[in-house]
Design a protein around this ligand. Structure first.
Ligand code: ADP
Ligand code: MG
Length: 167
C-alpha cells in the first residue's frame, strides 16, 4: 500500500515525521529514499523528536551508524557511501535490526534493499514545484505495516496529497 504525501516546508516534513514516530514499535525498520537535499536527514530529526530524543540528530554519513536514546532507541544510518555489502557487515546491520528496543532508520536504504527484511516502511522524498515543496511516497511492506495501515493513513491525513486542503 502506498500513500502519496506532500509537505511545503522543512517543519512540515518534521511534523509528519513526529506523527509517524508515534506509530512505530521496537524492531521497526524505516527506509528513506531520495536525492541529496531531498530532506531525509530533516525527516530523521523530526522522527527523533517524536521518539523523545533530545540529542541533536546529525547526518551519520561519516560514522556509518549512530545511536540515540528516546522512548525507543534510534539506530540512524546513512548508507550513501557504502560501496560494498561488506560494509553492511562492518556496521552490524543484522544486530541493529534484531534490536527489539529500537527503530532503525536508514537514509539511502533503497540502495541495500536486498540486504533488508521484507517488512519495512519506505519513504521516497522528491522535490516538488516550489523550493520547499516535497512529495513523499510512503510504501508499507510486509505484515508489520499492513496491520497499521489504517492507523497510518489516519495519522498522516493532514499531509495526504489528494485530501481536500492538502498543502
Ligand atoms: P538529505 O538528508 O535528503 O540529503 P537534508 O535533510 O540534509 O537532505 O536537507 C534537506 C534540506 O532541504 C534542508 O536544508 C531543509 O531545510 C530543506 N527543505 C526545504 N523544504 C523542505 C521540506 N519540505 N522537507 C524537508 N526538507 C526541506
Ligand atoms: Mg542526509
Amino acid at each position: 500500500m502506498i500513500l502519496t504525501l506532500r509537505t511545503d516546508s522543512a517543519e512540515s516534513t518534521q511534523a509528519l515525521a513526529v506523527a509517524l514516530a508515534e506509530l512505530v514499535q521496537g524492531g521497526d525498520l524505516v527506509v528513506l529514499a531520495g536525492d541529496l537535499g531531498a530532506g531525509k536527514t530533516c525527516f530523521a530529526q523530526g522522527f527523533g523528536r517524536g521518539l523523545g530524543i533530545t540529542d541533536r540528530i546529525t547526518s551519520p554519513t561519516f560514522t556509518l551508524a549512530r545511536q540515540y536514546e528516546g522512548r525507543l532507541r534510534l539506530h540512524h544510518l546513512d548508507v550513501y557511501r557504502f560501496d560494498a555489502m561488506a560494509e553492511i557487515d562492518d556496521v552490524g546491520l543484522d544486530e541493529l535490526l534484531d534490536d527489539q528496543r529500537a527503530v532503525t532508520l536508514i537514509e539511502w536504504g533503497d540502495a541495500i534493499m536486498p540486504a533488508l527484511p521484507n517488512d519495512l516502511l519506505e519513504l521516497r522524498l522528491t522535490l516538488g514545484e516550489g523550493d520547499d515543496d516535497r512529495h513523499i511516497a510512503l510504501r508499507m511492506v510486509g505484515p508489520r505495516w499492513a496491520a497499521r495501515s489504517r492507523a497510518l493513513s489516519t495519522a498522516l491525513e493532514p499531509w495526504l496529497a489528494d485530501a481536500p486542503g492538502a498543502n
